[in-house]
Ligand binder design. Structure first.
Ligand SMILES: [Zn+2]
Length: 423
């Protein structure tokens, strides 16, 4: 945990110092709460009066609340502080190629409402942003959360959104691609900040905040759903590369003579490893409902395959085993390139649990370089269905804790002890 920067506290910009210290206090209450004012002063290196000033402002604006009393060896028991988790809410959106998932979380990342809608981008690009906006309206209405308490909206999206239509979600223009201007429309419609990021990146960050990667600083998150993506986290931060497309491993060539890919190449990873690919192989071997190209996580076909895998069905077990071998080829190359502490496997494919991870670990062990053998942990995400939407909501929540005055402007102008009032 970072201590306060004394130069900020004593520097020439008192407003910046107050913003910095307020954010520090909020994050300490979030990470260590319930916590007393005295502990906050010790952890932040701020004076007790300074802590009291900031905390009183946070309580006044209902971002922090007093809770049960703590222990004290002697004297009065101190009142402990915790985040008022329902003070503000964040919306997370997972844009997929054939569906949109939305959820609303509180400030501590708990989900109060989840919604999934089938919107196939390959079928209809006209009015797509408007249809997503309608989903946002519906999820707010269904949740019962007051619209005024929505802090912002985060969106995780695949790159590209559609190969067939050469469409991407983008803030600007990219030569040769049609762009879906989602951010501007949703910001205009709902009047809150909208944050866009790649789906694998937001899911990777969510693993660090609330998932299995909380103890890792260098790890790779492999998202396997309709395609394959990767979030690269180095030193605790997402590595995006020079143009923001680092981690687009779906088109890493695994088999030079493999199936034709929509990108024009052959044997790309996502032609050999994906949910539609697994469903197709199981169907060809006999046994399950005809899969479609582009299958959402909740589809009956995937439910069926997961059920059969858990029951030890030999057709499904064999198909999963073959797929994990191909995934292991790609992941071995990535481990040899990045030397991460861990590789997290997530996305809809994670619903297979040990049925996926046991053969995957065996396939990795068979290929591991002696230098890396046993040094890279292979772990499964706990969030198979909603990792991207949760991660997208966390873009908002993290910004809230970083700059709460952006969301509650009154904070910046208030000193409850009345010593001064900022304009
Ligand atoms: Zn390709």
């Amino acid at each position: 945990m970072q201590g306060v920067d004394r130069s900020m506290e004593q520097g020439r910009n008192p407003q910046a110092a107050r913003d910095h210290n307020r954010s520090l206090m909020l994050r300490l209450v979030r990470d260590r709460g319930p916590i007393s004012r005295a502990e906050l002063a010790r952890a932040s290196l701020l004076s007790k009066p300074a802590v009291t000033d900031i905390v009183d402002g946070l309580i006044q604006h209902e971002l922090v609340r007093e809770t049960v009393k703590g222990d004290a060896a002697v004297g009065r028991k101190p009142m402990l502080l915790e985040i008022n988790r329902e003070a503000m809410w964040a919306i997370g959106i997972d844009l997929s190629r054939d569906h949109v998932d939305l959820l609303i979380t509180d400030l501590m990342g708990s989900v109060c409402r989840f919604m999934s809608r089938r919107i196939s981008f390959d079928d209809e690009d006209e009015g797509y942003p408007e249809r997503v906006a309608k989903c946002v309206t519906d999820v707010i209405r269904d949740s019962g959360v007051p619209a005024s308490r929505i802090a912002g909206i985060g969106v995780g999206y695949p790159m590209p959104l559609s190969h067939v239509r050469r469409m991407i979600v983008c803030d600007g223009q990219m030569v040769g691609w049609k762009t879906v201007q989602l951010k501007q429309l949703i910001e205009r419609e709902f009047g809150v900040p909208v944050y866009l990021d790649n789906d694998a990146n937001v899911a990777a960050l969510h693993e660090r905040w609330h998932g299995v990667a909380d103890s890792f600083r260098d790890y790779l998150f492999i998202l396997v759903g309709n395609g394959v993506g990767m979030g690269i986290v180095l030193g605790g931060a997402v590595y995006r590369g020079a143009s923001g497309i680092a981690g687009e491993i779906g088109h890493m060539s695994i088999d030079p003579d493999g199936p034709q890919c929509l990108c024009g190449s052959r044997g790309c990873l996502e032609t050999l490893v994906s949910v539609p690919c697994l469903l197709s192989e199981v169907a060809q071997a006999g046994g399950v409902a005809e899969p479609r190209t582009g299958v959402q996580w909740a589809s009956p076909a995937l439910d069926d395959v997961v059920g059969r895998a858990l029951a030890g069905d030999p057709i499904v077990t064999s198909a999963v085993g073959e797929m994990t071998k191909r995934l292991a080829v790609a992941v071995t190359n990535l481990v040899n390139t990045f030397n991460p502490e861990a590789v997290v496997i997530g996305g809809p494919i994670a619903r297979l649990g040990d049925c996926l991870m046991i053969p995957f670990r065996e396939a990795m062990a068979a290929r591991a370089h002696p230098l890396f053998a046993d040094k890279t942990r292979l772990v499964l995400s706990r969030y198979s269905q909603d990792a991207v939407a949760r991660g997208a909501a966390m873009l908002v929540v993290e910004d809230f804790f970083e700059s709460p005055q952006r969301y509650v402007p009154e904070l910046a102008g208030t000193q409850v002890n009345g010593r001064f009032q900022l304009s």
